[in-house]
Design a protein around this ligand. Structure first.
Ligand code: G4P
Length: 571
């Protein structure tokens, strides 16, 4: 038997390594009281670390229609979080809905419910963060990507890499977010596998390593060979079964292969798997975790096919909560002190209550209900009596949450995207930028009696990150800049219904707004004097250059080499 004294000392040493602050520098005396308190501190610490290790927080991203919603739903089905297909509503706004306000409102309602979908699988806590598919809401998606630790990219086998996928993966690459690729709709005729991998490498700039390989496609689709687990997974068309027939197949030269998939397909599979194993790098988890290698899976989400393999591999390889960076220092999940940031704000549906839900990603420490935390930007203490967690479509008040989790905080206008909440330390999380808008309108007050309501409405909508607001230096005119045209309709509608204010828009001919700065005051003054007509300030009072055309921007850059032009607000 191990002597009690030895166990006690090892607890103290382990605590010292993990906690530091809790335990003094020497091993406390072995008396009854210290023994109990050290043991319980040890157990609390260990269970905290266990909770962190259980978390997998990720997003599924795709071009609209590639199958993101379907895949999400199937993952929730496998995770037992929902019982029937159809429980997760597609949150996409159909292309025809540009001015369909009811559709926008419906979308807002659905996306609160599906903003975070948590479920448990193989004793892990999986958090899927939803991202809007519509390109006009791309900025929302970019920000959500700051709150995840990895992503799954869905690609339609027939369409290959589409525009929206390129942009989203670019944002992931900027942060070295680990990416898994799922090539969907294998039950349909599509592009050749190797050709698709080439396109992914070229357009998405990812190094790929297939972990499964399809056996035919469309009508000839027979399933996949799971390279990761060395299994043959057979596809049964029109079967609604959860899970597929799998057969261990460590050696593809086994003559039994013919029995399962026929001679021609077996020969083709052997040749193709041989080639890809020779050409593509062997899977290496460290490379995947550093964003240098992306495993690829093939399947058909609507047929539940290939989804379980994806999920089983995902839970094994996907990262646990990763550190986050602040202007001050790196924040590690295992730290005792709580810290988190707001990455998304969602207005409530009820116009009578202007409540909003601010979504906070927990980055370090344990978050507890009714505990005083520091709202860093406002430099004041706040406590939260109803922090909400999201398990599939269910919302519930939580008493505690851990790094990797996302909690919803009811907010009456205190938060803005990027805000830090901490246990007391002043931290400013990095990597939550605003992107240079590309669509602009002058905004005029259409109801002078409602000036106050308009200001408040615009202020809050901008805090939510719906759009950006600029005031022209020359004449004080107000300009709203957005990434997509749909936001103008959303703003007009929400100002009216939530704030009782009316606005008209006037077109502005403009190419881009970029933030400017210059290390040389004299050169900056000259730039500001000469370009007065094109200068504006954003909500925070930063200088913004409004370029009328790509040419005007190029000229300004050439004529003022000391001035730095930024295309995101974070620099
Ligand atoms: P999104 O969230 O990425 O926009 O895509 P979503 O899941 O809504 O899927 C887009 C369409 O593709 C849907 O059809 C969906 O049923 C279909 N789909 C998804 N996975 C597969 C697959 O593996 N094979 C095939 N053949 N189709 C797939 P829809 O007609 O637009 O909608 P619905 O009427 O089926 O809901």
């Amino acid at each position: 038997m191990v002597p009690l004294r030895l166990i006690y000392t090892s607890c103290v040493l382990s605590l010292r390594q993990n906690v530091g602050a809790i335990v003094e520098n020497r091993v406390p005396k072995f008396n009854k009281t210290t023994k109990v308190s050290v043991f319980s501190a040890y157990l609390i610490r260990m269970s905290f670390l266990e909770e962190i290790k259980k978390r997998r927080t990720f997003a599924i991203i795709s071009h609209p229609d590639a199958g993101k919603t379907t895949l999400t739903e199937k993952l929730l089905l496998f995770g037992g979080a929902i019982q029937i297909a159809g429980a997760v509503k597609s949150n996409k706004i159909k292309k025809s809905a540009t001015s369909d306000f009811m559709e926008i409102e419906k979308q807002r309602g659905i996306s609160v419910a599906t903003s975070v979908m948590g479920f448990e699988y193989r004793d892990l806590k999986i958090n899927i963060l939803d991202t809007p598919g519509h390109k006009d809401f791309a900025e929302d998606t970019y920000r959500t990507l700051t709150a995840v630790d990895s992503v799954i990219v869905v690609i339609d086998v027939a369409k290959g890499v589409e525009e929206q996928t390129e942009k989203l993966v670019e944002v992931c690459r900027m942060r070295n977010t680990p990416v898994i690729v799922f090539i969907n709709k294998m039950d349909r005729e599509g592009r050749d596998g190797v050709e698709l991998l080439d396109e992914i490498e070229e357009k998405l700039n990812l190094n790929v390593g297939p972990l499964s390989w399809p056996i035919g496609m469309g009508r000839r689709f027979q399933g996949v060979y799971n390279i990761y687990e060395q299994k043959l997974v057979l596809f049964k068309p029109h079967s609604k079964q959860v899970g597929a027939d799998t057969i261990e197949f460590t050696n593809l030269d086994d003559p039994d292969l013919e029995k399962h998939i026929g001679q021609a397909a077996a020969a083709e599979l052997r040749e193709e798997v041989g080639t890809i194993q020779a050409v593509y790098p062997k899977f290496d988890r460290q490379q995947y975790l550093s964003g240098a290698l992306s495993p690829v899976f093939f399947g058909s989400a609507i047929n539940n096919f290939g989804v379980k393999e994806l999920l089983d591999c995902f839970v094994e390889i996907a990262p646990t909560p990763r550190p986050r960076f602040t202007e001050e220092r790196q924040v590690n999940p295992e730290e005792d002190q709580f810290a988190g940031f707001i990455f998304k704000i969602h207005a409530n549906m009820d116009p009578k209550h202007r409540d909003r839900i601010a979504f906070m990603r927990i980055c370090s420490g344990k978050f507890e209900r009714n505990t005083n935390y520091l709202h860093v930007r406002q430099n004041r203490k706040m406590k939260f009596s109803n922090p909400t967690s999201f398990m599939a479509a269910k919302k519930e008040v939580v008493d505690e949450a851990y790094p990797g989790d996302v909690v919803g905080l009811y907010d009456s206008g205190n938060f803005k995207i990027g805000d830090s909440i901490t246990g007391g330390e002043v931290l400013h999380f990095k990597g939550i930028p605003s992107f240079s808008p590309e669509q602009f309108r002058y905004v005029n007050n259409a109801d002078p009696l409602k000036q106050k309501q308009l200001s408040k409405g615009l202020d809050q909508l901008m805090d939510e990150g719906v759009a950006q607001f600029f005031i022209k230096e020359m004449n004080g005119r107000k300009i709203i800049g957005t990434v997509g045209a749909l936001q103008f309709d959303v703003i007009q509608y929400r100002l009216k219904h939530e704030y009782g204010a009316s606005v008209d828009y006037e077109p502005v001919h403009m190419h881009k707004a970029c933030w400017v700065e210059c290390p040389k005051p004299a050169a900056f003054k000259e730039f500001l004097d000469r370009r007065k007509r094109d200068m504006a300030k954003d909500k925070e009072g930063n200088w913004v250059f409004l370029a009328e055309s790509a040419w005007a921007l190029k000229m300004a850059q050439e004529n003022h080499p000391d001035v730095v032009f930024h295309f995101t607000s974070e620099f």
